[in-house]
Design a protein around this ligand. Structure first.
Ligand code: AMP
Ligand code: GLY
Length: 421
């Protein structure tokens, strides 16, 4: 079966590498892909947001499956458009992708169905938001833009002035555009964070192995929030007992809630959880695989990936066994200096080969281009250097060993991925 993957980052590279292990996968296309991905898939110059072009390409090539990885084409209805043409697609329809695309929607859903999450208020008027924050007078307080904001729409405000600035930035200066027409003002929660990705066909939910993302740009969780600077799997805080609680209080109720709302969720649902002193709570939902969570979760999947994806698409996940390896996995993101702010592109990368020259290591390309046969930097996050190991320490050691062999001018990475506070 020929397969088309939509997207062009490290997550998509990890998805493609996993698909290639399946004897059922034929030609793998990627739109638009990137320099590194072009070594593993046929990259086609179609934007991940160009729904008509994706649909006609999929028809022309008669692909058996389209895997829509990023959030925006999902929210824009790419899966709906493919299904309308009879093309099997992995990912939620637009009405279910709302669980990520609107924080107001997801918070209201959780409230209606008693799913544990932070207390919150919604505002469409900046003055009302500020008046409420002032009256509430509890800090830190969290201000979130309603819509998609490239992972940057969440501001944690230590005091009233910061909260006023956040409301102004989001609602008046519109730094995230229409995503800031409404804000969610939310109670500040504490505790370790866990990412759990789950396969679901709208009826049954099968969580994958857990992971932990390191979102801040600098060591010691300092600096700005990024898309993710590194991940480990499993998450050391996520015990079997906690997993059981999450299944009962969060995973199943969410799947049921979406079904009852007439928005059955099919695809990968990502639960961003916080293990608070009052038990696990939902920080956010994403309607897709996480990046760079995918890079540490998929290498541990033992079952044929194509089988699992088709079981989701054809709504027979219940009968599809899914097996995971007991190994640990670590991913260290090598980024451009300046990311998540401004950064230079086009810097030549040296010391790169497919396997990172270290046993158990793999290099997933997030933002590279090929220029005259040489890989150059072409994004904020450039590489996800990933390794499996018998233990987390071994996986981390291998990943950092591989990182040490790769260079470009002013390369930036965190030195403390996997350090558990
Ligand atoms: P999000 O984009 O929703 O994942 O939020 C980004 C990060 O902000 C999360 O990973 C948390 O670290 C933090 N965050 C979001 N909401 C809260 C909250 N209610 N309390 C504490 N931290 C939060
Ligand atoms: N790594 C967080 C995300 O994919 O949203």
């Amino acid at each position: 079966m020929d397969i088309l993957v939509i997207g062009g980052g490290g997550r998509e590279h990890a998805i493609i590498r996993k698909l290639k292990e399946s004897p059922k996968a034929g030609v793998i296309y990627c739109a638009p892909g990137n320099g590194g991905i072009s070594k593993d898939a046929v990259c086609v110059p179609i934007s991940a947001m160009d729904i008509p072009a994706v649909v006609s390409f999929a028809k022309e090539k008669k692909v058996g499956l389209v895997f829509v990885a990023p959030d925006d084409p999902l929210a824009a209805g790419m899966v709906d458009a493919l299904e309308a043409e009879g093309i099997p697609a992995f990912g939620p329809r637009a009405n279910a992708a709302q669980i990520e695309a609107s924080k107001v929607f997801s918070k209201d859903l959780m409230k209606r169905y008693g799913i544990p999450t932070a207390q919150y208020e919604v505002f469409a008027d900046p003055a009302e938001a500020v008046a409420w924050i002032e009256k509430n007078n509890r800090f830190p307080i969290v201000v979130k833009a309603d819509g998609l904001a490239l992972g940057k729409g969440v501001l944690i405000c230590p005091d009233l002035q910061a909260a006023k600035d956040a409301v102004k930035e989001i609602m008046e200066d519109k730094v995230f555009g229409a995503s800031g027409n409404r804000v969610v003002v939310e109670e500040f929660l504490t505790g370790p964070e866990v990412s759990v990705l789950a396969f679901t066909d709208g009826h049954c939910v099968k969580p994958m192995v857990s992971s932990k993302d390191h979102k801040r740009a600098l060591d010691g969780d300092q600096g700005l929030n990024t898309g993710g600077m590194g991940t480990i799997s499993p998450n050391p805080y996520y015990t079997d007992e906690i997993a059981e609680t999450c299944m009962k209080t969060i995973f199943l109720p969410t799947i049921e809630a979406m079904k009852k709302e007439g928005r059955p969720f099919k695809g990968c649902l990502y639960f961003g959880l916080m293990l608070t002193p009052d038990g696990p709570k939902v920080i956010e939902y994403n309607s897709r695989f996480g990046d760079p969570e995918t890079q540490v979760v998929l290498p541990r999947l033992k079952t044929d990936f194509v089988d699992v994806l088709m079981a989701v698409v054809e709504e027979r996940l219940e009968e599809q066994p899914i097996e995971w390896s007991d190994e640990a996995c670590a991913c260290v993101v090598m980024a451009s200096s300046g990311y998540p702010g401004h950064y230079e592109k086009g810097l030549p990368i040296s010391g790169l080969d497919e396997n990172g020259q270290v046993e158990g290591a793999t290099v997933y390309h997030a933002g590279t281009a090929l220029k005259d046969g040489v890989f150059v930097t072409n994004g904020g996050r450039v590489l996800g250097v990933t390794a499996l190991g018998d233990t987390l320490d071994q996986a981390l050691q291998r990943a950092y060993d591989a990182v040490g062999r790769i260079h470009w001018k002013d390369v930036h990475f965190r030195h403390d991925i996997g350090a558990v506070k």
